[in-house]
Structure formats: structure tokens, C-alpha cells
Design a protein around this ligand. Structure first.
Ligand code: HBI
Ligand code: FE
Length: 266
């Protein structure tokens, strides 16, 4: 499907002028709290992305202004959508360098946690890394892979890859162990526990192992998978998934609380 078609199908107007002062204030408070926590915990590529997109601090970003900066850097654009969209439309967006973001913001009584992705999770959590070319390439390959996975009836396995990388991924390089997953970056509690709590497993990234690993949506993760670079993540998408899917069909699902013999523990 073309960019034009997918946007016609799922985009809604952001109506940036209709956000109230209270909504902008919620964004400012969420942004301030997270940036304090993330200063030495988020990967540099995320922090650089926040800088490059500069308008993050003073209130809910206007997608027209955000996209002027973002599209110049990696050609990606953010569109407003009502909320979670069907998998295939989501993959179609990513394959076309379009990131679908919720345009509503949580209420004050949901300040610490909201179950479905609001504009703070989607734009603060996901968009800054789209300024990193390798990560942006990964997201686009992921979208193309998702469209292929539909044919293999392997959406569940592919969704696990998204979950344990784009949403809850950690990266370990010369800067130390840092966060790149949006689900962590937008959560005050998990931004600390994912790096410092001794309860969760931290396991070296392994594509097939991840695609066998179940996940729980409504709590902090029992396992995190650690890459050593975005190149490693991107390279993982370039292999032929067909043999992997057929091996996965014959493999046991792994409960995220467990580790297995082949795991390389960080
Ligand atoms: N829709 N808007 C939106 N945002 C998401 O992150 C999203 C989605 N639909 C499907 C989906 N994520 C998951 O299935 C991914 O794991 C693919
Ligand atoms: Fe997300």
C-alpha cells in the first residue's frame, strides 16, 4: 500500500490548537520527570534525538513542526491515530517510514501509568530514536518483515521481537548498560528498575530466543534483552525468517520469568 493510502486509511488530524493548557502542563511535567531520570540511563542516541527535535520541552509537540525536523534527518514522519491500530496497518506504516502516534494525552489521574499508548509514550518514547538512521532502518525493515509475517501466520512471534527491542530493549556499549526501549523510556518506575533492580533477567539479544519468549503487558518485565549496537539489531532483520518460523513452530514457548541453558546472562 502506498504512503498516501495508509495515511488516508488511518490518520486523523492532530488538532494541535485544541490541546488545553492542562494537557500541555501534563506533557511538561511528564517530560521534566523523565528527562531527570533518563539523564544517565537513556542511550545517547535517544538523548541526541530529543535534542535534535528540540520542541519536546515546552509542551505537546505539533506534528507539523516535529515532522519538518524529523523528515530532514531520516525521512520519517509521525501521524496522529486514534489509538492502537490493526497489526497489518501498523506494519504498513513502519514499512513506509510513518510512525502512528496516539494524539490524546493521559489524564492527571493516569499520570504514573496508562495501559494504552498515549502521545507521551508514542512521541516521547518512540520518536527521538527515529532520528538515528540505523534504528530507523530497523523500524522500516521490521515493518516490511511484519507484512511478510502475516503470510507465515507468525505475527505473535514477530510482536515479541518488537516488544523485547523497540518497547523494552536495553543496549550495552562503551557507555555502559543503557535504555533504548520506548516502554521503559516513558515509565518512571521501569527506567530505574530495568537497569538497577536485581530481580529481572538481562539476557544477550538472541532473535530466535526472543521470538519464543512470552511477555506480560501490564507489569515491569521479568526479562530484558540486551544488544551491543543498533547495527546488531538491524542485522538481525536481514536474515531469512522463513526457516526461523518453521523452527519456532516446533519450539516451546518460554515463560519470561525463566532463563534457558543457551542464554548468555549479562
Ligand atoms: N498500533 N498505534 C499503534 N501503536 C503500536 O505500537 C502498535 C499498534 N498496533 C499493533 C502493535 N503496536 C503491535 O502489534 C506491535 O507489536 C506490532
Ligand atoms: Fe510503544
Amino acid at each position: 500500500m502506498s504512503v498516501k493510502k495508509i495515511k488516508e486509511k488511518i490518520a486523523i488530524p492532530q488538532n494541535w490548537n485544541e490541546y488545553s493548557d492542562e494537557e500541555h502542563e501534563i506533557w511538561r511535567k511528564l517530560y521534566k520527570r523523565q528527562m531527570n531520570i533518563l539523564e544517565n540511563r537513556a542511550c545517547n542516541e535517544f538523548l541526541d534525538g530529543v535534542d535534535k527535535l528540540e520542541i519536546m520541552a515546552n509542551g505537546i509537540p505539533n506534528f507539523d513542526i516535529l515532522n519538518k525536523a524529523l523528515s530532514k534527518i531520516t525521512g520519517w514522519e509521525v501521524i496522529a491515530v486514534k489509538g492502537l491500530i490493526p497489526d497489518e496497518d501498523f506494519f504498513e506504516c513502519l514499512a513506509n517510514k510513518v510512525f502512528p502516534a496516539g494524539s490524546f494525552i493521559r489524564r492527571q489521574d493516569q499520570f504514573d501509568y496508562i495501559s494504552e499508548p498515549d502521545i507521551f509514550h508514542d512521541v516521547f518514547g518512540h520518536v527521538p530514536l527515529l532520528t538515528n538512521q540505523i534504528f530507523a532502518n530497523y523500524m522500516q525493515e521490521y515493518g516490511k518483515g511484519g507484512l511478510r509475517a502475516v503470510g507465515f501466520h507468525s505475527l505473535k512471534e514477530l510482536a515479541r521481537l518488537y516488544w523485547y527491542s523497540v518497547e523494552f530493549g536495553l543496549i550495552q556499549n562503551s557507555d555502559g548498560l543503557k535504555i533504548y526501549g520506548a516502554g521503559i523510556l516513558s515509565s518512571p518506575k521501569e527506567s530505574i528498575s530495568s537497569l538497577e533492580d536485581n530481580k529481572p533477567n538481562r539476557i544477550k539479544f538472541n532473535l530466535e530466543r526472543i521470538m519464543r519468549t512470552d511477555y506480560r503487558i501490564y507489569d515491569v518485565q521479568d526479562s530484558y534483552f540486551v544488544i551491543d549496537s543498533f547495527d546488531e539489531l538491524f542485522a538481525a532483520t536481514l536474515q531469512d525468517f522463513a526457516p526461523i518460523y518453521s523452527r519456532l513452530n516446533r519450539s516451546e514457548i518460554i515463560d519470561p520469568i525463566n532463563i534457558i541453558d543457551s542464554d548468555e546472562i549479562i
